[in-house]
Design a protein around this ligand. Structure first.
Ligand code: SF4
Ligand code: SF4
Length: 388
């Protein structure tokens, strides 16, 4: 094992975003694990809240953590005696303040007299010994904080199966750094997953919370469908937390590459070694959560070899719906591989298949939900034949 893991996870039922219900659940999460928020927020601490601010979307679109969750956590930090509480992230596209405004989180910041900060300045951080990566250039704001609270939204994800607490910290890469890493990892999703785990444990937040009151299924993480899940979960250890949430959602580690990567690095995610406190996760089990399209063909070895040979027909690629697309060009702007050729304003961009590295950044940020990760013909056929 590479890290000392505190493998305790708190799960608390929370039926709605009513302020009282969320406040009670957020207090209980910390009471369960650390004896209250004062244990992680010493008096005078500078706290950074890192919510998932992927893109400008309303709370009803369930892209970002709900503002009441952010409010309850921020208030708990203030009450614990923090000298400052700041909210920061680097969205996929657009400014942090714009995303925070639309998500309702900026209003929370105004109500509580705290600040929303842009991640624009960068600094270098050295990962722990034994990690593959030797340095990360991340938002300097992260290094200025004494305490980092990681606030993830529970959503399906086109290439990582689910986006939970580990994936949420990808937002500490500033602007084009995110595209650069996507490009560097290319179609090697196992490498990308390992990068995410190494980055998350280099940042090593004091506490991670997953907002799964209303999560997202289907075309996540930017354009899926809201799904009532009814709980909040938290831990000091991200892979234990993600493992417990994935289990509630019915996703095995093979379907969540960050969990598989963590396992390969020596993290212990065996359910029998994780202590769950609070509500019984079995009573929260979610049936048939609709995943985003699967990126990799699974099944017996011959089927996987066939998939490599018939790449075009067996590998999921982004598909643009020309009727929904407004031709805004954002996807072409964000594409790290230059695989989307902008033909003109108001016209859907053209996908250059051979250049696409299938990072699905375009699908995440499309404001119209016009891009889907659709199963190609070969995968649909295999599913039909029940071979996959
Ligand atoms: S697919 Fe989406 S992001 Fe791309 S041009 Fe169309 S509306 Fe804009
Ligand atoms: S087209 Fe979309 S999935 Fe392909 S490389 Fe560009 S952003 Fe990534």
């Amino acid at each position: 094992m590479l890290m000392n893991q505190d493998k305790r996870v708190s799960v608390r039922r929370c039926a709605s975003y009513s302020p009282d219900a969320v406040r009670a659940a957020v207090a209980a999460l910390a009471d369960d694990l650390i004896g209250g928020w004062r244990s992680i927020v010493p008096p005078g601490a500078r706290v950074l809240l890192k919510p998932n601010l992927l893109k400008a979307a309303t709370p009803e679109q369930v892209v970002c953590p709900h503002p009441e969750v952010v409010r309850a956590i921020a208030q708990a930090c203030i009450d614990a005696g923090a000298s400052s509480v700041r909210i920061g992230d680097s969205p996929g596209i657009g400014s942090t303040r714009r995303v925070a405004e639309k998500s309702g989180i900026a209003q929370v910041a105004r109500d509580l007299g705290i600040e929303v900060v842009e991640f624009d300045e960068t600094a270098t951080i050295t990962p722990p010994q034994g990690f593959w990566h030797r340095s990360f250039t991340i938002a300097a704001e992260v290094l200025r904080a004494d305490v980092i609270i990681n606030i993830a939204k529970c959503k399906t994800h086109a290439i990582m199966g689910l986006t939970l607490s580990v994936k949420n910290l990808y937002g500490v890469f500033v602007g084009k750094q995110k595209a650069r890493w996507h490009f560097q990892c290319g179609r090697d999703y196992a490498h990308f997953a390992r990068l995410l785990v190494e980055l998350a444990y280099t940042i090593n937040p004091a506490f991670s919370v997953v907002d799964a009151v209303i999560g997202m299924e289907g075309n996540g993480p930017g354009n899926g469908t809201p799904r009532h899940l009814g709980f909040l979960a938290a831990s000091r250890d991200m892979v234990s937390l993600d493992q417990v949430v994935a289990d509630i959602l019915g996703f095995t580690p093979e379907k969540v590459p960050t969990l598989a990567a963590a396992q390969s690095m020596g993290f212990d995610i065996s359910p029998e070694h994780i202590t769950i406190i609070g509500d019984n996760p079995k009573s929260l089990a979610v049936q048939n959560l609709r995943p985003a399209a699967r990126m990799h063909v699974q099944g017996p070895l011959p089927i996987r070899m066939l998939a490599v040979l018939l790449d075009r027909f067996m590998t999921t690629q982004p598909t643009i719906d020309p009727h929904t697309c407004s031709g805004c060009g954002m996807c072409a702007q964000i594409c790290p591989a230059g695989a989307l050729a902008s033909i003109g304003t108001g016209v859907p961009p053209r996908l250059v298949r051979r250049s696409c590295i299938r990072c699905f950044c375009c699908q995440e940020i499309c404001p119209q939900g016009a891009i889907t990760a659709r199963d190609p013909l070969g995968v649909r056929l295999l599913k039909h034949l029940r071979l996959e």
